[in-house]
Design a protein around this ligand. Structure first.
Ligand code: ADP
Ligand code: MG
Length: 917
């Protein structure tokens, strides 16, 4: 105990020291208030625009000075060049630091005028920490949405977009519309990225009735209930990214990045550079969600029959007799009896023979689906309405942390299909990765990254090691009145629920609102049954009504409200005492009753999530109580508790619903949590270590691709001259041929066509490479048995394959140049290839595992490509090039493939100029 109180003293003095250190800056900002107050609205805006101009000038001057020292541009990728970039970044940061006080004061004044909220001193400190590229830990309800406006505004003054990342579409819309007033008043623009739509904040936008109805529906589905849609103007994704400040979810930013690396014309690129991102609820995004990489994939043909047969067969197997399961590792292993049954069933003498790799995989997946993935817990089966009015059943993943449904996400490795077969719902086609990235690697692109959350400190190590982000705790604005009570421990789950019901009844009679947190939706319903028996009216959040998540959570502070939800439900939604629109009197009444009482029904796997739940109560100096009710039968104790604790279960001679206070049990619980936290940390590190190998290759390929994509005329010729030089070394005959063709077709057309060919060759090979890497990844794991480190093997083989791919690209390119006459004749096909683009066929996906099953990997793609150009039926499995088959020829009066919206003959794009000749 003495250590703990000692620690809290250190923390206290640490945040005191921080406040003291930053006090001069805070004072400076506060002192500017008087001066700014006297300005009219338009004078305020001018002041802001002047500041922007001043900053731009200062950057210009600083960079010119630097330019004088800049290395000559012919030096490629040298340290000098990187150093130049770093220096220019440091200079920008220094310029911003000097202008910080006025910028923050302007934001504070605009916030006061437009929203009636003035940033508190602690919020200014939070803003400074974010601007420094760190994580600000500020408790729930401290007003982080408002804090983010400070660094967002300041950094956007450089003209390079700032990204604010939120956990869901609803919050990005809410925050942008809410905070949009401030930026708008200061003359900056705000963009919003939602799943299928994007907007600009626009004070004057009027949404048509028709769209409003649609949006309202959208809003409902997103769990929102109060977004002022009239301030939003629908725009293209690209326009939204041009805004000074862009609000969107991690998924949208990540997928846009991947999609940008699959386009065939510059007009289709949507993102600008990755300069500065502020990640809200940073632990949720950079830790919880980062176990699952983003994947863009398309369908491959795999028969449904196998899944169905194996699902049926798995049902016949008996746990512990035919197979055993390991809940910790989410793994199963087949026993001899089970394998024998399989051999009989499928009439195979030796199931584990090498040629049965695919069948083994099917079998194991079917058994995993049966033994470890339970309906209503890991997933739900839901009717999804289809366009023509009918409905189709789908298996939807339930996020284990939030209890929220994850429509659109699918488990990889055929697991999702196996579960579909088990549930007897239509089996969706297996998909093939064509681009992927982990959140860790996406967010590391940003030159500066910052984050905020109420719960970051317990994951400090991971933030620092993975992202280089230090965590700073910012003191609260009001003294915290929350009373966190120690755990009530019960021997059995039943006893716990009985005592819980009794407690809720007491509180409900008194009128004090209660929020009951559970670890899964399944548990929500269990608690609900107990309350029903006692006739306690309550609201329940489950996977089926999650659309109303925000609404249900926002109401949790009303007098007498009883709400059951998962621990993380409605993260980011404000719980006001008395309800969202309560009067001062109503608010005080609830406050006097003791404020919001939060009861956790189980400790979560991560301490962070428990703290998140506690944080629902006692916002901004409100009263509040929190306590966890746990039992020795909880999963956490059952799976991770030590044997010693379990045997204690018998030793207590107390009634079931009588709580015990046990330091040993409390400590065991925390020990278990720490164990699991580090287990998951390792798992994420593992995912990342593997992705790092690929990341290097991806960066290099995508950089090369982008450079070629955006280059025109002379630049383009220079790039290709370099590439061709390399090929001449191995194929000297090519040089004459190329000169001939250049004079035959003109350099402009010749290189434009090379560009189109080259981009497609890169994509072809890189996608095949991705698959191959998946394959290597699963095979190195098998090799781990041979005492070799799988990661080292993966790196080694990955590099060999990558180099081989680069060679193949060269040779393939050579083949195509020789066939250039044919290509020219088939230009029509080509154009359509670009026009039909990947868009319609690609599905976004995020899967739960980075490994994939053994899949066929086509390395004869050069042949396929040629076949396609000749418009023959391709024998390959590759859908990418087959897409052209659906397209038709383009005429002068058709819309231009570059998607400018103009007719081909009227369009001015360079990309498709040859169509006009
Ligand atoms: P957090 O994200 O930190 O949990 P929110 O941004 O949702 O907090 O804000 C919580 C509440 O605090 C909101 O209702 C907001 O209006 C209020 N609030 C925040 N900052 C201020 C301020 N400076 N003055 C008045 N109200 C504020
Ligand atoms: Mg928030």
């Amino acid at each position: 105990m003495s250590i703990l109180s000692g620690l809290s003293k250190i923390f206290k003095s640490e945040s005191e020291r921080l406040m003291k250190k930053l006090n001069p800056v805070v004072e400076e900002i506060l002192n500017l208030e008087k001066e700014l107050q006297n300005l009219s609205d338009s004078e305020l805006k001018n002041k802001s625009l002047d500041l922007k101009q001043k900053i731009l000038n200062e950057i210009q001057i600083a960079e010119n000075n630097l330019q004088l020292k800049k290395p000559n541009h012919k030096v490629h990728n040298s340290d000098a060049k990187i150093n130049f970039q770093n220096q220019s970044l440091i200079l920008r940061q220094e310029i911003l630091n000097l202008n910080l006080p006025l910028a923050f004061a302007l934001v504070r004044e605009a916030a006061n005028r437009s929203l009636g909220m003035k940033h508190y001193a602690v919020q200014l400190v939070g803003g400074i920490i974010l601007h420094r590229g760190q994580i600000a830990e500020m408790r729930t309800g401290e007003g982080k949405t408002l804090v983010a406006t400070l660094p967002a505004y300041l950094n956007a003054l450089t003209g390079q977009g700032v990204h604010i990342v939120t956990v869901n579409d609803y919050l990005s819309k809410r925050d942008a519309v809410w905070m949009g007033k401030i930026y708008d008043m200061l003359g900056l623009t705000v963009g919003i990225l939602n799943h299928q739509s994007s907007f600009l904040y626009d004070r004057e936008a009027i949404i048509s009735e028709q769209e409003k109805v649609k949006d309202d529906k959208e809003v409902k589905e997103e769990g929102a209930f109060k977004i002022e849609n009239e301030f939003l103007k629908k725009v293209s994704r690209r326009e939204a990214y041009q805004a000074d400040i862009v609000y969107g979810t991690n998924n949208e930013f990540g997928f846009d990045y991947l999609r940008d690396n699959l386009v065939y014309s510059t007009e289709q690129l949507v993102q600008r550079e990755h300069i500065f991102a502020i990640v809200d609820e940073v632990d949720s995004i950079l830790i919880d969600e980062s176990r699952t990489p983003l994947i863009i994939s398309n369908e491959s043909a795999e028969s449904d029959e196998l899944y169905k047969r194996f699902a049926k067969f798995a049902q016949k197997l008996i746990e512990d007799e035919d197979y055993s399961k390991d809940e910790k590792q989410k793994a199963i292993s087949l026993k001899a009896a089970g394998i024998e049954k399989a051999e009989q069933e499928f009439n195979l003498p030796n199931f584990y023979a090498a040629e049965n790799v695919k069948l083994i995989h099917h079998l194991e997946t079917a058994v995993r689906a049966k033994a470890l993935f339970l309906a209503e817990k890991s997933y739900v089966v839901k009717d999804i309405p289809q366009e023509h009015g009918s409905a189709r059943k789908e298996v939807i993943i339930v996020d284990e942390f939030t209890g929220r449904m994850q429509p659109g996400r699918r488990w990889s490795d055929g697991l999702h299909q196996a579960i579909e077969a088990k549930e007897n719902v239509p089996i969706q086609k297996e998909s093939k990765t064509i681009a992927s990235i982990t959140f860790q690697n996406y967010f590391r692109f940003y030159k500066k990254l910052a984050g905020m959350s109420g719960t970051a400190k317990t994951s400090e190590e991971e933030f620092y090691k993975v992202y280089g982000l230090p965590v700073t705790t910012i003191p609260c604005h009001q003294i915290n009145q929350r009373n966190d009570q120690s755990d009530a421990i019960f021997q059995t789950e039943k006893g716990k629920l009985q005592a819980l019901t009794k407690k809720i009844k007491e509180l409900n009679v008194k009128g004090q609102p209660v929020l009951i947190g559970t670890i899964s939706i399944q548990k929500n319903e269990m608690v609900s049954k107990y309350l029903e028996r006692e006739n306690i009216p309550h609201n329940i959040l489950n996977a089926k009504n999650h659309e109303r998540e925000g609404e249900i959570i926002a109401m949790a502070g009303k007098k007498s409200a009883v709400t059951i939800a998962t621990n993380m439900a409605g993260r980011g939604v404000d719980i006001k005492l008395g309800g969202p629109n309560a009067s001062q009197k109503e608010r005080e009444e609830v406050n006097n009753l003791g404020g919001l009482c939060v009861i956790g029904t189980e400790r979560h796997e991560a301490r962070r999530i428990d703290n998140q739940l506690r944080g629902r109560s006692g916002r901004q100096g409100d009263n509040g109580v929190t306590q966890f009710y746990v039992s020795l039968e909880d999963d956490l104790m059952r799976i991770f508790g030590s044997e010693g604790i379990k045997s204690m279960m018998h030793k207590f001679g107390l009634p079931e619903d009588m709580p015990i206070e046990s330091k040993i049990v409390s400590r065991a619980l925390e020990g278990a949590q720490e164990k699991i936290e580090s287990f998951y940390f390792d798992a994420r590190k593992h995912t990342l270590q593997y992705d790092d190998v690929l990341n290097h290759q991806r960066k290099s390929i995508y950089e090369r691709r982008r450079k070629i994509l955006i280059s025109q005329s002379e630049d383009l010729q220079n790039i290709f001259t370099e590439i061709l030089q390399e090929i001449y070394l191995i194929k000297p005959d090519l040089e004459n041929f190329v000169s001939e063709k250049i004079s035959e077709y003109s350099p402009e057309i010749f290189f434009q066509v090379l560009k189109n060919i080259y981009l497609q060759i890169i994509d072809q090979y890189f996608m095949a490479h991705l698959e191959h890497m998946d394959y290597i990844r699963s095979s190195v794991n098998l090799r781990a048995y041979g005492q070799r480190d799988p990661l080292v093997e993966y790196k080694k083989e990955g590099l060999i394959t990558y180099k081989a791919m680069l060679e193949k690209i060269k040779l393939d390119f050579y083949d195509f140049i020789l066939k250039i006459d044919l290509v020219m004749q088939n230009l029509q096909t080509q154009k359509i290839m670009q026009a039909s683009h990947l868009k319609n066929q690609i599905k976004n996906q995020s899967t739960n595992s980075a490994t994939k099953s053994l899949t066929n990997n086509s390395n004869n793609s050069s042949e396929n490509f040629a076949n396609n150009l000749e418009n023959k039926e391709s024998p390959s499995q590759n859908n990418l090039l087959r897409r052209t088959e659906e397209s038709k020829k383009i005429g002068r009066n058709d819309p231009c493939p570059c998607q400018s919206g103009k007719k081909v003959k009227k369009c001015s794009c360079l990309e498709f100029e040859f169509l006009r000749k």
